[in-house]
Design a protein around this ligand. Structure first.
Ligand code: RI2
Length: 321
C-alpha cells in the first residue's frame, strides 16, 4: 500500500481504534522504508521521514499514531546518524516497526489479563465506543467464567458501539445495546465502566471518543468505578510542556445528510470526535505495565523516558523528534 493510500485509509477511518491505527501506521511506514530506493543515505532518510510526517498527520487526536511513527523513525534515525549505509538504516527502521507491532499486540493481551482481575463475578459493565483494549479485559473476564453482562452505548455518530456489541456477543457475552442518551438510566444497574483511550495527558486526563466524559460524570454520580484500558504509548508527551491535545473535528455529514442540510441552510454543525474526561473522574488506567491512577501518569512518563528497550523507548523517541 502506498503512503497516500495509507493516509487515506486512516483519514476515512477504514482502520480505526487507537491501537489498530498505531500498528497500521507502523506497518505502512515499514513497507515504505523496505521498498523505497535512493541514491544516498540522506535522500533515503529524508524520504522515510517525509512518509512518516504524512502518515502522522492523518488523524490529530489519537497520540498512538505519532508515537508509533516516532518509534519507527527513532530506530532508523539512530542508524542514519551513526553513518550506517542505506541497507542498515532500512533494516533498523523495519526492525523497529516490527517491534512496535509486536509490543502493541502483546500490550492488548496483558491489559486484558490485568484488567480482568478487577472484574468481579456477575459484574454489569458499561462500555462506550469500540476499544480492543477494553474488549480484551471483558473477553478475558468472560473466559475466566466471571459471568459478566455488558451494556454498550451505540456511540453516535459512527455507531462504533454496534461493532463492540457484535464482537462481545460473538464471544458469548451477555450483551445489550443502548442509545447514548439512555446511559444514565442504565448506570444504576452497572458495577463498573470500562472504556478505551485515545490519549492521556500528563495530568492524567483522558481523551477518548466523544461522549466518554458524559459517561464518566454519570459513573461518578452513581459511584460506579470508571476504568480505562490504555497502552502506555497513548501517553502524550507534548502535554508535559502544556500543549493541548488537538480534538479532531469530523465532517458534518456524519451527523446530518446533505439533503437535510440543504433544507436547513441556517443550521450550523459541530462534530468533535473526542472529548476530555478530567482526571478526577477516572479511577485508574489499566496499562500493560500495571494499574496507574491518573496522578501516577507523570511518573510513568519518567519511566518511559528512562528506559530504552521496546515500547519503553516511546519517551525517548518523542523527545528525539
Ligand atoms: P483501542 C477509538 O477511536 C475509540 O475512541 C476507542 O475508545 C479508542 O480509539 C481506543 O481504541 P476511533 O479511532 O486502541 O474509533 O483500545 O475514532 O482499540
Amino acid at each position: 500500500m502506498s503512503v497516500p493510500d495509507a493516509f487515506d485509509t486512516l483519514k476515512t477511518m477504514r482502520v480505526h481504534g487507537a491501537g489498530r491505527i498505531a500498528r497500521f501506521a507502523a506497518q505502512a511506514l515499514r513497507d515504505y522504508a523496505k521498498s523505497v530506493s535512493a541514491q544516498s543515505t540522506k535522500e533515503y532518510w529524508d524520504l522515510v521521514q517525509a512518509a512518516g510526517e504524512r502518515i502522522r498527520s492523518a488523524r490529530p487526536t489519537a497520540v498512538s499514531l505519532p508515537n508509533a511513527v516516532n518509534f519507527v523513525l527513532y530506530g532508523g534515525r539512530t542508524a542514519f546518524e551513526s553513518g550506517s549505509p542505506i541497507e542498515d538504516i532500512r533494516q533498523a527502521t523495519v526492525d523497529s516497526a516490527n517491534e512496535f507491532m509486536l509490543q502493541s499486540l502483546a500490550a492488548v493481551k496483558i491489559i486484558g489479563e490485568i484488567g480482568a482481575k478487577r472484574v468481579k463475578n456477575g459484574d454489569t459493565i458499561i462500555t462506550h465506543c469500540n476499544s480492543e483494549a477494553a474488549i480484551s479485559i471483558m473477553k478475558t473476564a468472560h473466559d475466566l467464567g466471571r459471568g459478566i453482562k455488558v451494556i454498550c452505548d451505540e456511540t453516535r455518530p459512527r455507531f462504533q458501539g454496534h461493532k463492540t456489541a457484535a464482537t462481545l456477543a460473538s464471544y458469548g457475552i451477555d450483551t445489550t445495546l443502548i442509545i447514548d442518551s439512555a446511559c444514565r438510566l442504565f448506570m444504576d444497574k452497572a458495577d463498573k465502566v470500562i472504556v478505551g483511550c485515545d490519549a492521556i495527558s500528563a495530568n492524567g486526563a483522558l481523551v477518548n471518543k466523544i461522549g466518554t466524559s458524559a459517561v464518566a460524570v454519570l459513573a461518578h454520580e452513581a459511584r460506579v468505578n470508571f476504568m480505562v484500558a490504555a497502552e502506555t504509548y497513548k501517553i502524550d508527551f507534548k502535554t508535559l510542556t502544556g500543549e493541548l491535545i488537538d480534538i479532531e473535528e469530523r465532517d458534518s455529514t456524519e451527523i446530518a445528510s446533505k439533503e437535510w442540510m440543504a433544507q436547513n441552510p441556517n443550521v450550523k454543525f459541530h462534530n468533535p470526535a473526542f472529548d476530555v474526561t478530567p482526571p478526577e473522574f477516572v479511577d485508574f488506567y489499566v496499562t500493560e505495565k500495571g494499574l496507574i491512577p491518573p496522578g501516577g501518569i507523570l511518573s510513568m512518563m519518567k519511566e518511559l523516558y528512562r528506559y530504552s528497550e521496546g515500547a519503553m523507548s516511546i519517551g525517548k523517541a518523542f523527545f528525539y523528534q
